[in-house]
Design a protein around this ligand. Structure first.
Ligand SMILES: [Cu+2]
Length: 177
């Protein structure tokens, strides 16, 4: 990864942090660590991960997600069904006061369905979030590498580990729901 790209990534994170502070007036909902994983050519589904910290004073809920770059978007959780891990739609994600709720690989995620074009590493995805209490947010989500596991764990060249391949396939199979 070039220094330029690293710098640009940091700038995006800073911009996200600043906009979250403005939205919440410094004490409300703060969004951090938002990222999406790049998708292979032809893939119609993708996943976005982020952390929401509720700085109070009241409990909130994430009620809806959308992106102009996908036909549909939904909150998904993971649940064991016998030996198989399946995705399940979450209608409302509780955001208790004082807690940080994270969506991360292997667990809860924002699912994008009907992508108009593959998510390319280095580009950004526009994501809109709707809450029960807080004002709606529109953010620019950095798109990380195909094999990325999070903003702090980017490994240049590590795009084809077994674990991430499996997860990508699970997404593909379940993408029609
Ligand atoms: Cu999903």
């Amino acid at each position: 990864m070039s220094l330029f790209r690293k710098t640009r990534f940091l700038v995006l994170l800073l911009a996200l942090g600043l906009s979250a502070c403005e939205e919440g007036g410094g004490a409300g909902l703060a969004l951090s660590d938002a990222w999406a994983r790049a998708t292979p050519d032809g893939a119609r589904t993708g996943a976005v991960y982020l952390t929401l910290q509720n700085g109070g004073p009241s409990a909130d809920q994430l009620l809806g997600v959308a992106s102009p770059q996908a036909e549909r978007a939904a909150l998904h959780g993971m649940q064991m069904d016998g030996d198989v891990m399946r995705m399940r739609k979450i209608e409302a994600l509780a955001l208790p006061v004082g807690e940080a709720i994270s969506l991360a690989p292997g667990g809860r995620h924002i699912m994008l369905m009907g992508l108009g074009a593959p998510l390319k590493e280095g580009a950004t995805l526009t994501l809109r979030l709707r809450f029960a209490q807080a004002p709606a947010m529109e953010i620019a989500v950095p798109i990380l590498a195909l094999g990325a596991e999070g903003p702090g764990t980017m490994r240049p060249g590590a795009t084809d580990t077994g674990a991430t391949d499996t997860r990508a396939m699970e997404h593909g199979e379940e993408g029609g729901h």
